[in-house]
Ligand binder design. Structure first.
Ligand SMILES: Nc1ncnc2c1ncn2[C@@H]1O[C@H](COP(=O)(O)OP(=O)(O)OP(=O)(O)O)[C@@H](O)[C@H]1O
Ligand SMILES: [Mg+2]
Length: 259
C-alpha cells in the first residue's frame, strides 16, 4: 500500500424528505486497500455508495478521486474515470445471455482505452473477452453457464456477474454493495479469494457488508455508520471492541447473525 489516498470523502450529507440518510460522513481510502463499511439496516451504506458513484445527488459534501473532484458528476463519467460499483439489488440484463451482459460495458470508452477490450472492433472478439472476464471471476470457461440467460443464474453467479461488469471497465476502485449477502457458506468461501485476487491485481475495494466475519478477513480497516453518521473507524478488532458499535448492532433484530 502506497499510503496515497485514492478516494477522499468529506462531509457528505443527504436527506430524503425528513430522513437524514447521511450527515457529514468523512473518510479516506488508500490506493490498494480493502476498506469496509458496516452498519445496521438503514444506516446509510447504500446511499453513501450512491452518492460517491453519482447515482444519488448528494445535498452537500465533496468526493475527491486521485485528488480531483468527482462530486456531482453523472455515474457514467465517474465510471469512465475508473470508479465502478455493484448493486445490492442486482441489475443484470436478465433477458441476455450472461456473457452478453459484459459485451455492453466493453463498448464503453474506458474499456477501449484501458484494454478491458483490446480487439479490433468485431463483436465476436468482444464475446471472447467477455468469456475471459467471466472466467477470471470464477465462471467455468467450458461450462454452459456463461451462455445461460442471466435470468437463469443462481444468486452466487449473479453476484459474480455484478463484479464482472465492473471488471470489464478495468476499474481502479470498485464499491461493492453486499457481495456476500444471499450466498451460502461455500459460495462465500469461494468469493473471499476472488476479492483477495482483485486486491492483488491493484484494485482498491470499498465493501459494504453485513457478513462481518468474511468482511474482516479481507478488509484492513472498517468504518461503522449508524443513523447516517460515522460512529467510528479503524482496524476490525478495535472497532468491534467499541461499545457503541455493539450497541448499534444489538439494537438490530439480526445482531446475532452479524457478530
Ligand atoms: N430513494 C430513497 N427515498 C427515500 N428514502 C430513502 C431512499 N433511499 C434510502 N432512503 C432511506 O435512507 C436511509 C438509509 O438507507 P440505505 O439504503 O442507504 O441504508 P443501508 O445502510 O444501505 O441499509 P441496508 O443494510 O438495509 O441495505 C433509510 O432510512 C432509507 O429508508
Ligand atoms: Mg444497503
Amino acid at each position: 500500500m502506497s499510503g496515497e489516498n485514492i478516494l477522499q470523502v468529506t462531509n457528505v450529507c443527504k436527506t430524503f424528505g425528513g430522513i437524514q440518510a447521511l450527515l457529514n460522513v468523512t473518510f479516506a481510502v488508500q490506493r490498494g486497500e480493502v476498506f469496509g463499511i458496516m452498519g445496521p439496516n438503514g444506516s446509510g451504506k447504500t446511499t453513501l455508495i450512491n452518492c460517491i458513484t453519482g447515482f444519488t445527488k448528494m445535498d452537500s459534501g465533496k468526493v475527491l478521486y486521485k485528488g480531483k473532484e468527482i462530486s456531482h458528476k453523472p455515474p457514467h463519467q465517474i465510471a469512465n474515470l475508473g470508479v465502478t460499483r455493484t448493486f445490492q439489488i442486482m441489475r443484470p440484463y436478465y433477458s441476455l445471455p450472461t456473457y452478453k451482459n459484459l459485451v455492453i460495458p466493453l463498448f464503453s470508452p474506458r474499456a477501449r482505452r484501458t484494454g478491458g477490450w483490446r480487439g479490433g472492433g468485431k463483436l465476436g472478439d468482444r464475446e471472447t473477452v467477455s468469456i475471459d472476464i467471466l472466467e477470471e471471476i470464477g465462471f467455468e470457461r467450458d461450462s454452459f453457464v456463461p451462455y445461460k440467460l442471466a435470468s437463469a443464474l443462481p444468486t452466487g453467479y449473479l453476484k459474480r456477474l455484478e463484479l464482472a461488469r465492473c471488471l470489464a471497465l478495468r476499474p481502479d476502485v470498485i464499491l461493492c454493495d453486499e457481495v456476500f449477502s444471499g450466498l451460502s457458506m461455500s459460495e462465500i468461501a469461494s468469493m473471499v479469494p476472488l476479492i483477495e485476487k482483485l486486491q492483488m491485481d491493484g484494485i482498491t475495494l470499498i465493501m459494504v457488508e453485513h457478513r462481518l466475519r468474511e468482511l474482516f478477513r479481507v478488509a484492513s480497516r472498517v468504518m461503522v455508520l449508524n443513523f447516517g453518521q460515522k460512529l467510528t473507524e479503524g482496524i476490525p478488532e478495535k472497532v468491534m471492541q467499541d461499545e457503541r458499535v455493539r450497541e448499534a448492532y444489538l439494537g438490530s433484530e439480526k445482531a446475532s447473525d452479524y457478530i
